[in-house]
Design a binder for this molecule. Structure first.
Ligand code: TYD
Length: 222
């Protein structure tokens, strides 16, 4: 029987550099002769891309409550894991995903909930949903790219495209999202690595490659 593929997710706050790093990771793995596919969340498949357009649209700023936002992310995720992640893993491919369920811990669990003592209930719900809506499809490795919120703002000020609904959030929101990612890294130490991307790209990339090699060593060497 063919060996099940491996699932690698890339996470981080806005402007953390996921897009660039994931492309480089894809090339790195493909150059090793591996069968690699790339997806993203929300989106990745046409149904998900339509949901993405709703979720990111600035016209809904302040008009989508936390629960409907959460429901839309999980509607997208259920279909993405069923139609994209699972079949590719079954075929033995390496699936790279630009965001997955750790974004929900960080954005909905931390970003959207200001009061610390109100968070736990939501984090528990997200954990259950991560089993239910993905039919137990969990990453083997999660690379969290870390930058400070000040660096994020600096990078955002340089961007030419219009800001989406999340990018338009206040600084405090992004501080909480970052705190969320630090929580995720600490909570799920076995699969998560925190990699600083506030340094030259080559240095970040070298560290990411080390983590990818570690995963390959673990699963593909006899
Ligand atoms: P992203 O792909 O990073 O957008 P961009 O290509 O502009 O960098 O992600 C879309 C946005 O959705 C991002 O702001 C994070 C947010 N998000 C959540 O709030 N919860 C989630 O569960 C996911 C997957 C994304």
């Amino acid at each position: 029987m063919k060996q099940e593929g491996k699932f690698i997710t890339f996470e981080g706050i806005e402007k953390c550099g996921k897009g660039t790093i994931i492309k480089k990771a894809e090339t790195y793995l493909k150059n090793k002769g591996l069968d690699v596919v790339l997806g993203r969340e929300p989106g990745g498949i046409s149904f998900g891309e339509d949901i993405r357009n709703i979720l990111l649209n600035s016209k809904y700023r302040g008009k989508i409550c936390l629960l409907s936002e959460l429901a839309l992310f999980y509607a997208s995720r259920a279909q993405y894991s069923l139609d994209f992640v699972k079949p590719n893993l079954k075929q033995g491919k390496i699936v790279l995903s630009d965001r997955y369920y750790d974004s929900t811990y960080a954005y909905q669990g931390f970003g959207r909930i200001k009061e610390k003592d109100e968070r736990q209930g939501m984090l528990d719900v997200i954990k259950v949903f991560n089993y239910l809506f993905t039919e137990n499809t969990h990453p083997n490795l999660t690379i969290i790219l870390d930058i400070s919120v000040d660096e994020m703002i600096e990078r955002m000020n340089k961007q030419k495209q219009k800001k989406d609904r999340f990018e338009k959030e206040k600084k405090e929101f992004h501080e909480r999202v970052r705190e969320g990612y630090l929580w995720v890294a600490n909570q799920f130490k076995k699969r998560c690595v925190l990699v600083s991307n506030e340094r030259p790209l080559e240095e970040t990339l070298d560290e990411v490659k080390l983590h990818l090699d570690c995963l390959l060593e673990k699963y593909y060497k006899q």
